[in-house]
Design a protein around this ligand. Structure first.
Ligand SMILES: [Zn+2]
Length: 439
């Protein structure tokens, strides 16, 4: 059993999560936030999924802030404020809504994101989706140009007491040597490897700790080699090479799994699946936080989820991971030329009735006063939850007032904020966005 498993979005205990996410270590909610009138709009699975990511991001912000996480350059880690600051050039942070109340979903608009895929579930999703689309283009290009693809996994043995920093540093050094070696270059030449993509994957098991490894997607020119022979040779030559390079870094790997070549019939979309992104029959991409996990190996989002419930070990793991991985490359192209191919390729339109996620529009705009209250309360997830469920400006106002009172009781509001109460519909208040009535 995976002890850190994230419940499916159907069964997520949102109220409990919201409470945990919105309370930093020292604050206690004195006001019952459950009194918000919910007018009974059924939120969809997509909406719940999104809320789950917002919740985990607010947990991430709290953990990183409490730990005073800095970057290598000594700056505050960007995820600490992801989604909190108004984007440059925008006048208001907004709540965005879709138009169809049957599929009600909401998000926060006009804020700056951290773009750190290692620590932030919201930014991970966006970057993983963009990368998945690029990979799909490469696969499409390979198919239409009579090339074939080959997937290779590189792994190393690891133990529970091995820190991620050591695991990452030694693995990467072994990989750099592998990548520069004559044997690898010769293999690529002999089998017409015209391009390859490689990405880092890190999972964790309670028994054996961090599992830092790599996946490669090779594009082979069909005219130059036969698929079966390329597979055999990869198993033979590259396995030896990988074992050797690991040894020079004081690491090792099992004969069987150190270098694993996927069988020929495996679809290249399995490569994308390793990032947690799935491609449905209609070609639509989706990220399910736990879809690349197995029974007893889990990813950073499950760890973050466990940390959100007060699991101290999980909290330490999350912080270790963010500290080691921030600024590191995730996905890279092995040879030049792929970037150009990606820019030029257009993917075929998905066939059939692909389920479209409805566009969202700016609905309400926050004044800086009210957005500061949301920021101080770490409350963006609660805002989008209430917005999607009620679609009511009064309910949002009530929630904001609750947050304000909570902050006063927690002694977190300066005199100015405590005494100043915005007049309804003034510029200092929450208002309907001008675009909302037009669209
Ligand atoms: Zn972010």
């Amino acid at each position: 059993m995976n002890p850190y498993a994230i419940p499916s979005s159907d069964s997520i205990d949102i109220d409990n999560h919201l409470k945990a996410a919105s309370q930093s270590a020292e604050s206690t909610s004195l006001v019952n936030t459950a009194n918000i009138p919910v007018i009974g709009i059924e939120t969809t699975k997509n909406t719940k999924r999104k809320l789950q990511k917002y919740l985990l991001r607010s947990v991430a912000r709290t953990l990183l802030t409490d730990a005073n996480m800095l970057t290598k350059a000594g700056n505050k880690h960007r995820t600490r404020t992801c989604g909190m600051h108004r984007r440059k050039g925008e006048r208001n942070v907004t709540i965005k809504l879709n138009k169809n109340p049957e599929q009600s979903n909401a998000s926060i608009g006009n804020t700056q994101s951290c773009t750190c895929l290692w620590g932030c579930p919201i930014c991970y999703e966006r970057i993983a989706m963009e990368n998945a689309e690029k990979i799909l283009k490469v696969i499409h290009w390979a198919k239409t140009n009579n090339h074939f693809t080959m997937m290779i996994a590189l792994t190393a043995s690891h133990k529970v007491e091995m820190p991620l920093e050591f695991s990452e540093r030694t693995f990467k050094a072994a990989w750099d040597k592998f990548n520069k070696s004559y044997a690898w270059k010769k293999f690529k030449k002999d089998y017409g490897v015209s391009h390859f993509i490689h990405n880092v994957d890190i999972t964790y098991t309670l028994e054996n700790g961090w599992h830092y490894h790599k996946h490669l997607l090779l594009i082979l020119d069909h005219d130059k080699a036969d698929v079966t022979e390329a597979h055999e040779k990869a198993n033979e030559i590259l396995t030896k090479l990988w074992q050797h390079q690991l040894k020079t870094e004081g690491r090792g790997a099992s004969e069987e799994h150190g270098l694993y070549v996927s069988d020929e019939n495996k679809s290249p979309s399995d490569y994308i699946a390793k990032t947690g992104i799935t491609v449905d029959d209609n070609g639509k991409l989706q990220w399910e936080m736990t879809s690349n996990e197995t029974k007893d190996s889990f990813n950073i989002w499950s760890i973050l989820n466990a940390a959100s419930k007060g699991d101290n070990h999980a909290e330490k793991l999350y912080l270790e991971y963010v500290k080691v991985m921030t600024g590191k490359n995730w996905m890279a192209y092995g040879q030049s030329g792929l970037q150009k191919i990606i820019e030029e390729i257009e993917l075929p339109e998905p066939e059939g009735d692909a389920e479209q996620v409805e566009e969202q529009h700016h609905w309400l705009k926050f004044s800086d006063y009210w957005w500061d209250i949301v920021k101080l309360s770490n409350g963006d997830a609660r805002i989008i939850d209430v917005a999607a469920k009620t679609r009511s400006i009064d309910a949002i106002r009530e929630l904001l007032e609750t947050m304000r009172i909570d902050l006063i009781y927690a002694n977190k509001l300066s005199d100015y904020y405590e005494k100043f109460i915005p007049i309804e519909n003034s510029v200092a208040d929450m208002r309907i966005h001008d675009d909302w009535t037009k669209t």
